[in-house]
Design a protein around this ligand. Structure first.
Ligand SMILES: [Zn+2]
Length: 78
């Protein structure tokens, strides 16, 4: 189930509800560690940021786009 709200979208998967935003490469100015594969996301790489729709956003995680798309088949490792 997808709902589009101003650049963010709401996704419901096997692991519950998430809000996601696609980060273009030009906006990826920091290195993050992807919780899907435990590898770094280098600067300049387009990726996905996801967080729970409730709470203060402190649970925000940056994912490789491919890891995010695959996560429904595999539980995420935090
Ligand atoms: Zn990854």
């Amino acid at each position: 189930m997808l709902r589009i709200t101003g650049g963010q979208r709401r996704e419901t998967g096997a692991d519950g509800e998430w809000v996601t935003r696609r980060i273009p490469g030009a906006s990826a100015t920091k290195v993050y560690r992807c919780p899907g594969c435990a590898q770094e996301i280098p600067t300049g790489m387009p990726h996905v940021v996801a967080w729970r729709p409730y709470g203060d956003g402190g649970d925000r995680r940056h994912w490789h786009s491919s890891c995010w798309d695959r996560r429904s088949h595999r539980a995420p490792r935090y």
